[in-house]
Structure formats: structure tokens, C-alpha cells
Design a protein around this ligand. Sequence first.
Ligand code: HTL
Ligand code: MG
Length: 618
Amino acid sequence: MPYLEQINLPKDLKKLKQEELNGLAEELRSEIIRVCSLGGGHLASSLGAIELTIAMHYLFDSAKDRFIWDVGHQTYAHKIITGRKAEIDSIRKPGGLAGFTTSSESEHDALTVGHASTSIAAALGMALARDAQGKDYEVIAVIGDGSLTGGMALAALNQIGQNKPKLTIILNDNEMSISENVGGLKNHLRSLQVQPWYRRAEERGKLALGPLKQVVGRIKDSTRLFFDPISANPFHAMGIRYVGPIDGHNIDQIIYYLDKIKNLEGPTMLHVITQKGKGYDIAEENPIDWHGASKFNVSHPELAAKGYSWSNAFGDAACELAKQDERIWAITPAMRVGSGLVRYSKDYKDRYLDVGIAEDVAVTVAAGLALQGYRPMVAIYSTFLQRAVDQIIHDICIENLDVIFAIDRAGLVGGDGMTHQGAFDIAILRTVPNMSIASPKDANEMQAMLKEALSLGGPKAIRWPRGSLQRAIEANYENWNNIRWGTWEILQEGSEAYILATGLTIPYALEAAADNEKVGVINARFIKPLDENMLAVLFDKTLITVEDHSLAGGFGSAVLEHKAINGYTNNVICLGISDNFVPHGDVKAQHEALGYGPKAIGKELEKLNLINLSELQS
Ligand code: HTL
Ligand code: MG
């Protein structure tokens, strides 16, 4: 790799001749494919942003200028160019580079990020700070078309039109979110007016527009001219200069326009058209499955066989429920595949909604549906539920609406790391009146809970972890056992202590307490309400709560509150995530390290003189 060998920092890239940059792009492409083949990662998005990344680093100085990558999942090339080439193989692995931009990792990462739609507001803040401090640097946000569907992004654009600071927003439009992008704006984006200065350059033959013509060729010229006058450009309407669309894989073009924009005052949006998965056939053909790739063989790339997951179990249950009950809807904020809703989205398309990356909208649309008699299920990852807190409180719980929150990826999530950990949903939801929270031990229990939640009504949250299950569950409504809401299950009797375990920590507790008469294990499958009847009986014993969630505000906190309110005096020990953000890592190892894996629970029992580990081992 002759070019890449010379590049450790952006200043090395600037030494290349402009005509050499395409060669560099090809090398970066191979390198990113190689890295993702080793350990998986956000392949398709990173491949699509290579030329953009090179052009930005060629023109700007990312140590001083601020590059704000939305989500930060498209930044493999950026990381390689900015001093992290030698460590790039460690990306997303325990102790390695983060999968997203992370300010503690590099001065070239302006923002620590992982959730979508924040870049434009952060850019506005940085531009305002620069101007207030009388400093001189460029602020450049790069946002995907998917991330532009988020209300935060749109509201920040609107605000930029008011303040009009000098900044550049690059809209990286590949017509894809993780799945196909959605929304009315999406259709409009591809029919935006080509700027007169752009067209003049085109006429003068200054720009090689071949590839662009192919991409934009789908738009009929007549439509562009007659129905899309410049005033209909939504960005113009908000007070932001719009340039484009241009070919986001043509480095010369991107440099040409960014260089022009650099000299302009006020905010400018540069619209670039890219292809997700660019340059790797299989990813171009199937950007959905190659959005977040598992490791693969570069010369014979095949999708990794995916096991049957908690998400699949939910998706199957959702289909079965929709078959039984015509009031059921399933709503996803841009996570159709991840939430297991692919089959549902086809079989029940009239009662399915992908609202884009807009968790707040997902929740309030559910409120509207529920108010008019439907029974919506909002399928949402724990980490993204954080985006919809007020909607849950204000739009759902005050009205006590019949909405189910199907919370996936609750607890630690592995490679996505800090920004994506599902560590706060219990703490958030537990404080809200009318909300109820369940945490099933397995997929059958999840289905029974869904059935019971529907029959009871009211806002009900059911949380489950990321990961696979041993086998597919039978999605047959009739066979789903009834489960009395709010009741726990005794899995093992104990004479001195009980472990109150939730969700995926149940097997850990059973392992730690195996064959120990002193220590019992409870499936604490409801977090709100607690099983107060059972607790009344248990409160003469030592209790150990275990949860894959933040200790502050979590299940253990709920038990402690109950203890304090009722004046119980027994010993309660809480195991879970302490007051820290947890980085990416191997989930099981992290559970141990954080003190709630099976060995860690065993050590806790030993401290309480309930077991003797050395005796057990001998
Ligand atoms: N909801 C929120 C608030 N943040 C994130 N990150 C997601 C959901 C999940 N997510 C991603 S990447 C992505 C989503 C929905 C699609 C982004 O599409 P965009 O970029 O068009 O912006 P592209 O992939 O290059 O096409 C991750 O969690 C990584
Ligand atoms: Mg996109």
C-alpha cells in the first residue's frame, strides 16, 4: 500500500498530489474491508465515506478545524488517517479503538458520539463558541440521510437558519438508513435543484460528472426544472445555502466545492450522493446486511449465519399477536432488522411503521394510535429509549395508554460500547407513574408477558438483552402460559439468603448458588411492581439483587427503597453496573469485571460466609 504507508497523520496526506488521492482511496477501501473481515464492524457506511473523508482531510486541519461525524460509524478512514493506523485492527475489540468517534481517543475526534442526529446542533454550538471567542477555525458536520430524519437534526437546521454562523453541513445521502431510509424529505432530496454555478461548471466541462449523472439520472430533468424551483429547497427555506447534489465518490468534485464553500460566509449545506458499501460488490448489493458486518472471508464473503435471537423471538411473537388481535401495531424507529421485525413488516404492513431515527416520534405516534383504539408495540433499544423520555412520561403515562415497550439490547451490548449500553432504562421508567417493567428469564416468558401485558392494558415495558437463544421458540398464542403480572418465581429454595436475579443474570445466580442449601434463587421477573408479598416473606433473610443495569435507580435500588419504607432490617446487597460509563468489550467478561457474573456472585456469597469457594473447587 504505497500511499497508506506514507500516511500517519493528516499532514502526510496533504503532501500527496491531488491526482494521487484516488489511489489512496482504493488502498483505504482494501484496508477497511480487511479490518472489518477480521472482527466485523460498520463496513458499508465506512466504505461510502472514504472519498469524502480524504477530501476533508486534504483541505482542512482536523486537529484545529472541527469535523463532526454524525453517529460516528462511518469513520474508519478518518481513524486510519488520524494517527490510529497501527491500532485499527483493535477497533470495537476489548481495550481497542472505539467503533465511533471518541474525543478521549484522538484530538481529531471532535465529539464522542454513537447516537444519530446530534452533529448539526453540536456544530452550531461550536461555531457560536468560535465566533464568541473570536477564533478562526472551520466547523464541518457530516450527516447521513438517515440521521437527518431525526427531529434534533431538523430543529438544529432551523436554528442555524436563525443564527447563520459560518459552518458547513455535508449531507451524505446514500438513500439508506440501516434499512431503506424513510420520510417525505427523502423523496424530495433527490429532486433538488442543481445550482446554476454548478451547472455552468458542468457546461464548461470543468467537472467529470459521469458517475454523478448515473446516480442523479433517475431524476427526470423536466421534473427538476418545472416542479422544483430553488425556493422549494427546504434548506434554502430554512436560511441555509444549499450546494449540490454532487458525486460523493469524486474526490476532485468534493474538493472543488468544499474549497469554494470555505470562502463563503454563513451556513452552507453540501449535498453529496454516495453509495453505501461502495467498492465492495456484496456490500453494494446488500447494504442492509453489510451495514454492521460480522467477520467474514474477504475473497469469499458470506453473511455470517445468525442464530435465533431474543429479537427474533419478539418478532415471531409480534406476528402471532398481530394475527390474534387486529388492534396490534408494531412501530420501529429505524431498527426493523435489529428489532426482529422483518417478517412482521411484510406480513402486517398495514399495521407497521418505521418512523426513521425518531424515537420521540415513535412513542407519540403510539400514543395517537392507542388513543384511537389500537394497541401499539414500540420496539426500541434500551439505549435509544433515552431519546423519548418526555414522550413516555407526557404522552403515554399521564394518559395511562395501552402501549407496550418492547425493549431490546437491555444491558451491556458488546462492540458498540459506551454510547449504546442499555444501562438506564429501568432507572428512567421506574420513576414514572402508571409504567410497569418486566424482565423475562427466557423467550417463552417474554411471550407470556406480552400476552398478559396486552390483556391488562396500560403502559408496559418488557426488557431483554442482546444475544442469541438456544432454540427458536414456538410462536403459538394458545400455548403461551398465563403469567400473573407482578409475581416472582422461586427457582431454588435457600435457608439463609436469596439471590433476586433479573433477566440474563438468572443463570449466573443459579451457577453461583448451585447445590447450596443456604442460598436460594428468585426469578425477579417484575421490576415494577416488585413482588411485595414475596418480599414480605423473604425479608428475614440476606438478599442479593443482581441486574444488568445501572445500580443507581435500578432494580436493587427499588428493593432498597422498599426495605427502607417498610423498616426491614436485613442485609441487602446490590450487584450491577456501578456509577461509570462502560466501554465496548466482551459482555460476559464485563459482567464478571463489574461484579455480577457467576464468579463475582460466588465471591459475594463467600464474603457473606454462605459458601467456601476453595472447598467447592477442591
Ligand atoms: N437511533 C439513534 C438515536 N441513534 C442510532 N445510532 C441508531 C438509532 C441506530 N443507527 C446506527 S447507524 C443508523 C442507525 C439508525 C443509520 C444511520 O443512517 P445514515 O448513515 O444515513 O445516517 P449511513 O449508515 O451511512 O447510511 C448505529 O447505531 C450505528
Ligand atoms: Mg444513509
